[in-house]
Design a protein around this ligand. Structure first.
Ligand SMILES: Nc1nc2c(ncn2[C@@H]2O[C@H](COP(=O)(O)OP(=O)(O)OP(=O)(O)O)[C@@H](O)[C@H]2O)c(=O)[nH]1
Length: 215
């Protein structure tokens, strides 16, 4: 059997309206790239990155979801197996901010047990076009008792911090959950690998149905 190249696997999912910059945040973090062009995500996709946190090698499996309404039934099915949920809005788009409450309700409905959540106001580089002040994002997050950060995938602001802080909390949470103080992530890792295979094949058939127009 091949030796695992990481100590823990964490699954993080990004959700939010279409065009808020979910794919761009992931691209910036994993590949250090940014594209001005907009290519809408179809269904779901993921990228991985391995980082070192407090001498633990963490493999982050970062899931990108389509913001478009027609893919929602597919993307909801991914919430349950995630350990952290990143709710993204665009600071230049008031609608995307108002919809965060709707996304939070969806998480409550589809994610199963309580998950680690963070609200992210992306595109903070676009000050001239800003529609949502920092304080509004902060207030919404406080009201829901979750963390908040503003980012820019374009200017690479707070992207590394977002994933590093989430990873630290997940690591800490996992360690705290272990009754004997040992690493309890082994089974979790197996489950996560299993869920990728089954969800991906489910998604492929759902996307094919959507493409072919059938319901
Ligand atoms: N100014 C600025 N533009 C950004 C930023 N992040 C993304 N964009 C732009 O916003 C557009 C949408 O970005 P995407 O990353 O594709 O958005 P998405 O949320 O993944 O969209 P869906 O796949 O439809 O859900 C693209 O034209 C990006 O170049 C940012 O931090 N600042």
């Amino acid at each position: 059997m091949s030796k695992k190249s990481y100590d823990h696997l964490f699954k993080i999912i990004l959700i939010g309206d279409s065009s808020v910059g979910k794919s761009s945040i992931i691209f910036r973090y994993v590949d250090d790239l940014f594209h001005d062009s907009y290519v809408s995500t179809i269904g779901v996709d993921f990228k991985t990155k391995t980082i070192n946190v407090n001498d633990n090698l963490l493999k982050l499996q970062i899931w990108d979801t389509a913001g478009q309404e027609r893919f929602h039934s597919i993307t909801y099915s991914y919430y349950r197996s995630a350990q952290a949920i990143v709710l993204v809005y665009d600071v230049t788009n008031a609608n995307s901010f108002e919809n965060i409450s709707k996304w939070l309700r969806n998480v409550d409905e589809y994610a199963g047990e309580e998950k680690l959540k963070i609200i992210v106001g992306n595109k903070c580089d676009a000050e001239d076009l800003r529609a949502i002040p920092f304080e509004h994002g902060e207030k919404l997050a406080k009201k829901n008792n979750i963390e908040f950060i503003e980012t820019s995938a374009k200017s690479n602001v707070n992207i590394d911090k977002l994933f590093r802080n989430l990873s630290k909390v997940l690591l800490e949470k996992g360690t705290k959950l272990t009754p004997d103080g040992n690493n309890s992530f082994k089974n979790y890792t197996g489950e996560a690998d299993y869920s990728i295979k089954s969800l991906m094949s489910y998604t492929q058939s759902s996307v094919n149905s959507l493409k072919s127009g059938c319901c």
